[in-house]
Design a protein around this ligand. Structure first.
Ligand SMILES: [Zn+2]
Length: 397
């Protein structure tokens, strides 16, 4: 082992206690008091480990060790420090503490990296009023529209701070992120490490089916324009088609009926269709198919309005190879797989070569207080990250 697994796991548990509410899970939203406390904890550990630290204009934390080559771009490794309400201890912090452990181990063992190594603790990765991956999007210069003045004030942000957080892609040679899988693929297959090949894109559509509200007792069945029934027909036709495919996933997680009374035939059904795929073309094809089904409704017309489009991101093949070499060097089996969840690596891939490492999530559970990864899996992930950093140091000029 290159890293100190005990030190790494103990820091991860100590960090996991900050904002933890027994029986409820994590209470550590970005910009909260608990968040600030967690970030201070990591910053202190960074300084004790001999890293130079700073916090940027939006609240991202960084720690850096220098490399041997003057002016070489930095290897960045990290993840986020915020959590969803009632979430777990490892979603995010794992990647930050593992990168910190990598930096400490590399420094202590006198390994001379050519590139500087920067450990990043991003803020506001989880969806919130600022939108997901806010901290890393600020760094990557992907904030196209400034948050409203109200939101800026609420989080103590400024337009200047957001602009100042932006990094030039030329100052980095790559980004590596260790994260829990948040799915059950690794556990099911009994493989300890996953190498994501890409991060799926997300598209969402607001769908409205228009019918006619009427008396549920006196209106003959044949004369009804029942928006609920039409929506159900549309969705069952759609899901029958979905079952013939395996290159995307979709979800209808919100559905509402108007006027929403037990004695009234629904006059309107509204729902959100979400489609996720690694391939943008597949998302487009699926949405076109849904639109075709929606256009084919006779009694109750449906409208389909796109609301969200985040394209899929390919992770760098050379970093996938580097992670694979890191795994085989440590005798750890691994498998390549897509990432079904979004991550800071999504933002980072816009400005530098980006790669990820997954470790198993017990039962595939995440965004829950019951989220758990075995200590040996956490430590294996940190070991692979450390070795992947050494591989990357050789890989990039
Ligand atoms: Zn996460």
């Amino acid at each position: 082992m290159v890293i100190s697994a005990d030190r790494f796991l103990s820091d991860l548990e100590m960090l996991g206690a900050i904002g933890w509410v027994e029986g409820q899970g994590m209470d550590r939203a970005a910009y909260s008091t608990q968040y600030a406390e967690a970030r201070s904890f990591v910053q202190k550990r960074m300084e004790e480990g001999g890293l130079a630290t700073w916090i940027d204009g939006v609240g991202n934390l960084f720690g850096r060790i220098e490399g041997s080559e003057e002016g070489a771009p930095a290897i960045m490794a990290g993840s986020h420090l915020d959590a969803v309400p009632g979430g777990g201890k490892y979603d995010g912090p794992l990647g930050v503490v593992a990168a910190l452990e990598a930096a400490r181990a590399i420094k202590e063992q006198g390994i001379a990296l050519r590139h500087p190594l920067e450990v990043a603790g991003f803020i506001a990765e989880e969806g919130g009023p600022l939108g997901g991956t806010f901290g890393s999007r600020a760094l990557a210069g992907l904030i196209q529209e400034l948050p409203s003045p109200d939101l800026l004030a609420r989080f103590g942000l400024t337009a200047e701070g957001i602009e100042a957080s932006r990094r030039d892609g030329g100052s980095l040679c790559c980004y590596l992120e260790l994260h829990i899988e948040q799915g059950s693929t690794l556990e099911r297959r009994g493989i300890p490490v996953g190498i994501p090949t890409g991060i799926v894109g997300i598209s969402r559509y607001a769908v409205t089916v228009e019918g006619e509200a009427n008396h549920a007792g006196t209106t003959p069945m044949k004369e009804r324009k029942d928006a609920m029934r039409a929506a159900a027909d549309l969705l069952s036709r759609w899901f029958r088609w979905v079952d013939t495919r395996d290159d995307f996933v979709c979800n209808v997680g919100v559905l509402s009926l108007t006027p929403g009374s037990v004695a009234v035939v629904p006059g309107k059904a509204e729902f959100t269709l979400e489609i996720r795929s690694l391939k943008d073309a597949v998302m487009t094809e699926a949405a076109d198919k849904f639109r075709a089904f929606a256009a084919d409704m006779n009694r109750c017309p449906a409208t389909v309005r796109p609301t969200v489009w985040k394209g899929g991101v390919d992770l760098a093949p050379e970093l996938q190879d580097a992670v694979e070499r890191a795994c085989s060097g440590a005798n750890i089996p691994c498998v390549r797989m897509p990432s079904g969840a979004s991550h800071d690596a999504n933002s980072m891939a816009h400005i530098t070569s980006s790669g990820m490492i997954f470790v198993p999530s017990a039962g595939g559970i995440s965004h829950s207080k019951d989220e758990w990864t075995a200590p040996e899996d956490l430590a294996r992930g940190a070991e692979v990250l450390t070795r992947a950093i050494l591989e990357a140091d050789r890989l990039f000029s």
